[in-house]
Design a protein around this ligand. Structure first.
Ligand code: ADP
Length: 430
């Protein structure tokens, strides 16, 4: 700093010495005039530098920092460094902000920050989607003006956020949201929303499934129980009576056994621990077995045929294929009245192998077709049960098809029969 003062004073000092010399050689008036002239020049020079500085400050960019000599150079160099540091900090902050924005955008949940007046300070894209917001347009808007569901309004004002609020999304009726508010930084709150549509759907499916299984088990159990109680109360325990009751009980236990084994098959097919064990399956022998099983089930009540023109070998799992084909054939037998026909066919559609079972049975109304592969979905409950159906056959077929990247196609007309086809991808041709 002392150095600075010396350098600022030096021009005045030198001109004062020069003025003294002028005084000594000429006169005091000349010396004074000389001194005034020098000082005016100095003021003009500094005014010019000040002007440059002010002009530059209006648009302070590194490239346009003015150049000057003496102390002014020092001023401009310091300013240059300051702007450079400032630019660097600005860039670092912008990078940091961008990181934070990217992180919040990648959040699997919607996040919006609300101030003490419930005005939106910022929000991520998922929050925009969940609440139908627009991050640019709606900033500083009161969220209760934009999300108008009464339950949301109540939740926001109740101040009790231990339990999440479950509500439908503002502009997507089919989307279910779980919402929590987390207080932070004094009076602010983070509004966190999660799309639980899928979870809720799975939960409903699970509940329905448990209810269905319990119901399916309860019916035969009730029947068996009834027989046991009857037998206990019966005075006349004749051999004939016992035989009849045991026969009926055996029918019910068989039904439970089928149900449990279908349930186990389904759970095995769905489990991730059981990837498909593919092998080269000799189709002729497999189809012969399925055909024979079908005839046995029919016990002479239907006319069967088997037409094989497709590939000799398929890359797949023999047991699973047999179970899927067998289920389709067993359905054809069970839903075709006596005297009807059941045609099995193994052929090619373009390059794709196709197994199909065509029956002349009762058929299915079009509205039921999309739901037939749902577990326990039946068009006619009593008919399915009477014929020993568990309601799981087509669900099993669909799973096996999925595991073989095959498609299950159903063509049916009520009263005139159905064709169930499994269309395999070309890549399964051995
Ligand atoms: P189920 O054990 O009841 O037969 P599935 O899952 O195999 O269960 O079939 C579901 C429903 O699809 C059946 O209850 C029946 O209503 C209908 N269905 C299946 N196959 C046929 C068919 N070949 N003809 C007519 N209806 C059928």
């Amino acid at each position: 700093m002392p150095d600075f003062w010396i350098r600022v004073s030096l021009p005045i000092l030198y001109s004062a010495l020069a003025a003294l010399l002028v005084w000594a050689i000429f006169s005091a008036v000349y010396a004074l005039s000389f001194m005034v002239l020098v000082l005016l020049m100095l003021i003009a020079y500094r005014a010019r530098q000040l002007y440059k500085l002010v002009r530059w400050l209006n648009d302070a960019r590194l490239e346009t920092v003015p150049e000057a000599g003496g102390v002014w150079d020092e001023v401009f160099v310091s300013l240059y460094r300051m702007v450079k540091r400032h630019n660097l900090t600005k860039k670092e902050l912008a990078d940091e902000l961008q990181h934070i924005e990217q992180a919040t955008a990648a959040f699997p949940e919607g996040v919006a920050s609300l101030n003490e007046l419930n005005r939106i300070e910022w929000c991520n894209p998922l929050a925009e989607l969940h609440f139908g917001l627009n991050a640019q347009r709606d900033i500083q808007q009161d969220i209760t003006y934009l999300v108008r569901q009464p339950e949301f309004f109540e939740y926001l004002h109740a101040g009790e956020f231990a339990e999440p609020l479950v509500m439908k999304a503002a502009r997507h009726d089919e989307m279910l949201l779980s919402i929590v508010l987390v207080p932070y930084g004094g009076n602010k709150r983070l509004l966190i929303s999660r799309d639980i549509t899928q979870l809720e759907r799975i939960e409903t499916m699970r509940r329905d499934f448990v209810a269905n299984v319990s119901h399916e088990m309860r019916t035969p159990l009730t029947v068996v129980n009834g027989f046991v109680e009857n037998l206990q109360d019966m005075d006349d325990l004749s051999h004939e009576n016992i035989q009849r009751a045991l026969q009926l009980m055996a029918g019910q236990t068989r039904r439970m056994d089928h149900l449990v084994s279908d349930l186990l098959t389904l759970s095995r097919l769905e489990s991730d621990d059981h990837p498909l064990q593919a092998e080269m399956v000799d189709m002729q022998s497999l189809l012969d077995e399925v055909y024979r099983d079908g005839q046995m089930l029919s016990a002479g009540r239907h006319q069967h045929s088997l037409d094989v023109t497709g590939v000799a070998r398929l890359l797949g799992n023999r047991d699973e294929l047999r179970s899927a084909f067998g289920n389709l054939v067993s359905n054809a037998v069970r839903y075709t009245p006596e005297g009807g026909t059941i045609k099995l066919r193994w052929d090619l559609r373009g390059d794709k192998p196709v197994f199909s079972v065509k029956d002349s049975g009762i058929g299915v109304e079009a509205q039921h077709i999309p739901r037939l592969t749902e577990r326990f979905y039946r068009v006619d409950r009593s008919r399915s049960r009477e014929t020993g159906g568990t309601g799981l056959g087509l669900a099993i077929v669909k799973h096996i098809a999925l595991r073989h990247q095959a498609r299950l196609e159903i063509v049916s007309e009520e009263g005139s029969g159905s064709t169930f086809s499994l269309v395999f991808p070309e890549k399964r041709v051995a």
